[in-house]
Design a protein around this ligand. Structure first.
Ligand SMILES: NC(=O)c1ccc[n+]([C@@H]2O[C@H](COP(=O)([O-])OP(=O)(O)OC[C@H]3O[C@@H](n4cnc5c(N)ncnc54)[C@H](OP(=O)(O)O)[C@@H]3O)[C@@H](O)[C@H]2O)c1
Length: 356
């Protein structure tokens, strides 16, 4: 029996690209008519409806309407990208999947999208190497109250256990590349940095040792795709407390990004210098990008010390590495020039002035 797949946050960068990924990779396991998109606004619903798929305009925190939709559309797999932070959007979906499993006896599966910030020392994660085959869940549970991403991961895993639903936690690193969805096609971190450089007509760079982990959007959607295929083939794969899928394709050294960006913007005639200058400090970086300084510390100047074996153990082979990313930095610039500002409330919230 085929399982219908609901993708939440389908107007977003990751969710929209996932819809495109599944539509481009239909096979005997995943047919076009099994893909269902959940969006927030009417405009997003109109945009996605043009793809000829079912689109639900759902308030994800309303358990009654979520349960009704999941049962009505015979959904057994949910890929949740709408919020890594807010458990009140994830838990009703898991409850609904549990009810669906009771109703039709089919395995149900919830794939949650988290964020690497949950595992940064700067947010309170312990120092030292983390292996995804270690007891990640126990540490997350112990530290859950000190960071919302961790709290949500733990709530998802525990609620899924109670409801008999298989859970998977996908943890994207810094995602780059133009998205292939119908609404927001821009990610968060690089577009903000590029926009700041374009408007200053100068590139400022972070210290050479500043490093984040990165993944191209097509490799990220490929990872979700592999998990779904394995689930549909009923092959065993780590789930629940063992089901952490860190999408770490390669390192991104931010000093190198600054140098490549400076040369790209000089070639495009935006700047006159092909060398990047240095931000004097994090306050200056925050001011140039228009974000609070704590986001700079967390998003642009954090690295997680993680060895991720599980994604590769299920066959994940990212096609993008550091050299390819740097060679294509012009594509990142072009995406920002073409698309402007991300159509994303997540990005708007980063740009919002801090609450006093
Ligand atoms: N992009 C990255 O580099 C990255 C890295 C690590 C983790 N992540 C995580 O991955 C997830 C997706 O990120 P993204 O880059 O795709 O962000 P995005 O483009 O802002 O997409 C999020 C989508 O979820 C929708 N949404 C938010 N709150 C909702 C609600 N209450 N009800 C229904 N829909 C809601 C948004 O709708 P609106 O358009 O109406 O706001 C948007 O369409 C996020 O949780 C993010 O934290 C992203």
């Amino acid at each position: 029996m085929l399982s219908n797949i609901l993708i939440t946050g389908a107007g977003g960068y990751v969710g929209g690209s996932l819809i495109a990924h599944f539509l481009a990779n239909t096979n005997e396991l995943i047919r076009r008519d099994q893909i269902i998109a959940a969006v927030r606004s009417q405009e997003q619903a109109d945009a996605l409806s043009k793809l000829g798929i079912s689109v639900l305009q759902l308030d994800l925190s309303n358990e009654d309407s979520v349960v009704k939709s999941v049962l009505q559309h015979d959904i057994s797999i949910v890929i949740h990208t709408a919020s890594a932070m807010d458990p009140s959007m994830a838990l009703p979906l898991i409850t609904a999947l549990g009810k669906q499993k009771q109703a039709n006896g089919r395995e149900a599966c919830f794939i949650h999208t988290s964020g690497l910030g949950a595992f940064y020392e700067k947010t309170g994660w312990p120092t030292g190497l983390l292996r995804d085959t270690d007891d990640v869940f126990d540490t997350e549970k112990r530290l859950a109250d000190s960071f919302p991403l961790r709290k949500t991961d733990v709530a998802v895993i525990e609620h899924a256990e109670k409801r008999g639903v298989n859970s998977f936690i996908v943890v994207p690193s810094t995602v780059y590349g133009q998205g292939s969805g119908e609404w927001n096609k821009l990610s968060v971190i690089l577009p903000l940095y590029i926009r700041a450089s374009l408007s200053a007509k100068a590139v400022y760079k972070f210290p050479d040792y500043s490093k984040v982990s990165g993944v191209h959007i097509s490799d990220l959607t490929g990872l979700y795709g592999l998990i779904v295929e394995r689930v549909l083939r009923r092959e065993s794969l780590p789930s629940g407390r063992e089901g952490y899928y860190f999408a770490l394709a390669h390192d991104i050294f931010l000093g190198e990004v600054g140098d490549h960006l400076a040369s790209e913007l000089r070639d495009r005639g935006v700047t006159t210098k092909s060398e990047a200058r240095r931000y004097s400090d994090e306050q200056a970086a925050a001011a140039s990008m228009g974000v609070p300084v704590q986001f700079v510390q967390m998003l642009w100047d954090s690295d997680a010390n993680i060895v991720a074996e599980i994604p590769r153990s299920i066959g994940w082979k990212p096609a993008w590495d550091k050299a390819r990313f740097l060679r294509h930095i012009g594509d990142e610039v072009q995406a920002v020039l073409t698309l402007g500002r991300p159509r994303s409330s997540l990005v708007d919230s980063l740009l919002a002035p801090p609450r006093t």
